[in-house]
Write a protein that binds this ligand. Structure first.
Ligand code: SF4
Length: 406
């Protein structure tokens, strides 16, 4: 007899066959319920004490990872020819509307906590164009391209070429495309700021708060401070009218003082502020509790000071550790997780997260991942290593912000 998960999978397959009748409503509901059941079961299994039963359960659940691709194969094997509506119903609940282009690995800074591999690689215009075309072939009407690095302004020519191409493609396809650029702010001259304003490129800018924090934690490659350069860049952004937000990472040891960080950033004139908890670090229950308290105080401070606390308003999906953006590395390889492209620690695991070559990738949506898929992938990669504790603590912290805690 089939277990409940297998039965739910069969029911989802049947519902997908009825998309023409009901617009995919039932299929979406069944798939969402199956996603939730799988994630809950895997969280329980990952949290269970080690033993052969727990290991067997984890293996069984891991077999469901990326089950949507399996469902598509089952439909095709039955001779079905799924149209766009069926594919939308199948993949709508997985993946993201955002594609990240990692346009360069070069950076002018050497931040103390940074584990990004820095070298001179930059994306070619052809590879960047392939990324934009891939995203534009999506089934979604609204999509987003994010430029990331290293420092993406060091490859501004590539960024400009992709923005022009994506604008034209979106107009032809009847889509809306948004642009987002994540920068350290040092290369923001007047021309770059004017360009970002003209093209309505949203900007995320990293800032550690006070001058002393910025200069000590984010020195330049030559060992100098970066505060003055950053401040000049920020002034140019404001003068040009670019919509930007500052992002600041809170470490576990600073958990109780997150609201002070927001207040310091507001005092510097920033109007949109996002505080990210550090991923890849283990958060104790006490630190997690302290963070929840200080973020609640940060929200109050934001209201009082008239600034936007982006954590409370953005589309940032918790738990962040299970987010599912796809990233195109400089050489055109698509990965499931930005950190894998970036961080030295993960170099040996890159193969597990590799998805495709952007020049030969199939339907964008078919590479989507649910939080369950990502947990299965991450647990398989980090399950036996020292990062396991950090992963599980990041997961539980994020789930508590998602309002889906235990
Ligand atoms: S700006 Fe970003 S990529 Fe550059 S050193 Fe700092 S954290 Fe690393």
């Amino acid at each position: 007899m089939k277990g409940p998960l297998e039965a739910a999978l069969d029911a989802a397959e049947i519902a997908l066959s009825g998309v023409v009748r009901d617009g995919g409503e039932q299929a979406r509901r069944r798939l969402a319920a199956l996603d939730a059941a799988l994630l809950a079961a895997l969280r329980r299994a990952e949290g269970a004490a080690e033993g052969t039963r727990a290991a067997a359960r984890r293996r069984e659940l891991a077999g469901y990872a990326f089950y949507r691709r399996g469902l598509l194969k089952r439909l095709l094997a039955r001779g079905a020819r799924p149209g766009p509506e069926t594919l939308r119903a199948l993949f709508a609940g997985s993946g993201s509307d955002r594609l990240i282009l990692l346009v360069t690995h070069a950076c002018q800074l050497r931040c103390s906590y940074c584990r990004v591999r820095k070298y001179g690689a930059a994306m070619t215009p052809e590879t960047a164009a392939a990324g934009a075309r891939w995203l534009m072939g999506s089934l979604r009407d609204d999509v987003e391209l994010q430029f990331f690095g290293g420092e993406p302004l060091l490859a501004l020519g590539v960024v400009k070429g992709v923005v022009s191409l994506a604008e034209r493609s979106a107009a032809d396809a009847g889509k809306r495309v948004r642009f987002l650029l994540t920068t350290n702010g040092l290369a923001l001259d007047d021309a770059a700021a004017a360009y970002l304003a003209e093209k309505r490129v949203g900007v995320e800018i990293s800032c550690d708060g006070t001058m002393s924090a910025q200069d000590s934690q984010r020195p330049t490659a030559r060992g100098g401070g970066s505060w003055a350069l950053l401040r000049a860049g920020l002034e140019r952004l404001r003068a040009a009218g670019v919509a930007y937000q500052v992002i600041s990472v809170v470490l576990p040891e600073d958990a109780a003082r997150a609201h002070e960080r927001l207040e310091a950033l507001a005092a510097l004139g920033h109007r949109r502020i996002q505080l990210n908890y550090a991923l890849g670090r283990r958060w104790t229950p006490g630190q997690s509790e302290a963070l929840r308290g200080s973020l609640a105080r940060a929200a109050e401070s934001a209201r009082r000071l008239g600034v936007e606390f982006v954590n409370a308003t953005s589309r940032r999906r918790e738990p962040v550790v299970l987010n599912s953006e796809l990233t195109v590395d400089c050489d055109g390889t698509v990965f499931r997780e930005t950190g894998v492209c970036l961080e030295e620690d993960f170099a040996a695991m890159k193969e597990r997260f590799r998805v495709a070559d952007v020049r030969r990738a199939g339907l964008f949506e078919s590479y989507g991942a649910t939080p369950f898929d990502n947990l299965a992938l991450l647990a398989g990669a980090y399950g036996e290593g020292p990062l396991r504790g950090a992963l599980l603590s990041n997961l539980e912290l994020g789930m508590s912000f998602a309002g889906a805690g235990r």
